[in-house]
Design a protein around this ligand. Structure first.
Ligand SMILES: Nc1nc2c(ncn2[C@@H]2O[C@H](COP(=O)(O)OP(=O)(O)O)[C@@H](O)[C@H]2O)c(=O)[nH]1
Ligand SMILES: [Mg+2]
Ligand SMILES: [Zn+2]
Length: 305
């Protein structure tokens, strides 16, 4: 599938499968790929966006970005970064080695809840002894009804495929995980021509170097119905887009206790008759989760400038 011009004349529909700055790779309705440019703020678009484009020169120009069903992004003090638009699902990949980055996991789940995206966890490397510790730390998430799938991508690829393919079928899924958890190994297992797929997009964007900073798009099937998106190693995950007062409602294990706090505006830190703190004291809410809540609340309460 090479880069090509669209039909001369009319406006086309397309899907953004790569983006860097003002350069956007659009897959047309006929499954051809076209390098488009966007003109200004009005047509700012990210991977996953549906767009209208118009032929221009050798490529195209983005005319309009269609309304999104979702947008997942992270925002820290200085900048915000979009992962992708129109996602159906977030899969957070974790492992026992490197040790489970619980703060990253918790943040990703909060961001997904805020964006209205289904989120599930995949514990990889269950062949390693360190998997036991990770499994134990995932227990509060299981109890909060976050599905946790266990795989060993490198040691039992067939079982991993069988476990994960049904989750990906017919959807657009973002794969997120700290560096070293096995994202690339998993992509290569699920997408045999992954290198060719990402190569075509990065050549179009004229930059191998960009592949490490932008979200990559992979089709899982010839019909282009199931896609998995790989986001470059995420170290920090700012949640400045979220109000501190909203936070507890986005953490399902805490949220179920919130209606029982005495004060409607309870922040669950030191107020009397706080049902969240009571649940933590009784062990119903994991201490680590209340701790993460407090750290995030503090962070989101800082003045913004
Ligand atoms: N033991 C074990 N190692 C794995 C497994 N999956 C991936 N790895 C290894 O973990 C390391 C990091 O994997 P990689 O896919 O590059 O991680 P990424 O940084 O998330 O893309 C590599 O050495 C892989 O071979 C697994 O299921 N079990
Ligand atoms: Mg990798
Ligand atoms: Zn409370």
């Amino acid at each position: 599938m090479g880069l090509s011009n669209g039909p001369s004349g009319g406006v086309g529909d397309g899907l953004v499968v790569g983006a860097h700055g003002r350069d956007v790779v659009v897959e047309t309705a006929e499954r051809r790929r076209l390098l488009c440019h966007r003109r200004g703020k009005k047509t700012e678009c990210v991977v996953g966006d549906r767009v209208h484009w118009q032929p221009a020169g050798d490529g195209g120009v983005i005319e309009a970005v269609l309304p999104r069903t979702s947008l997942l992004w992270r925002e820290d003090r200085w900048r915000s970064k979009s992962f992708a638009a129109n996602l159906d699902r977030l899969l957070v990949l974790v492992a026992g080695d490197p040790p489970l980055a619980e703060s990253l996991l918790a943040r990703a789940l909060v961001a997904a809840a805020h964006a209205g995206i289904d989120a599930q966890v995949v514990l990889n490397k269950i062949d390693l002894p360190q998997a036991d510790a990770a499994r134990a730390r995932l227990e509060p998430y299981r109890r909060a009804d976050v599905p946790v799938h266990e795989v060993s991508v490198a040691r039992d690829g067939a079982a991993a495929r069988n476990a994960l393919m049904p989750l990906l079928h017919g959807r657009t899924t973002l794969l997120l995980g700290a560096s070293g958890v096995g994202k690339s190994t998993l992509i290569n297992l699920l997408v045999p021509d992954a290198a060719a797929q990402v190569g075509e997009i990065s050549r179009a964007l004229n930059a191998g170097r960009h592949t490490t900073t932008t979200t990559s798009w992979y089709w899982l099937d010839a019909e282009h119905r199931s896609a998995v998106l790989d986001s470059p190693g995420v170290q920090s995950f700012g949640l400045q887009q979220i109000e501190a007062a909203q936070l507890a409602s986005l953490m399902p294990d805490l949220a179920r206790h919130v209606p029982h706090c005495r004060f409607a505006n309870c922040t669950h830190r030191s107020e009397p008759a706080c049902a969240v703190q009571a649940a933590a004291a009784s062990g119903e809410v994991e201490a680590s989760r209340l701790q993460i809540y407090r750290e995030l609340f503090e962070e989101l309460s800082q003045p913004r400038w």
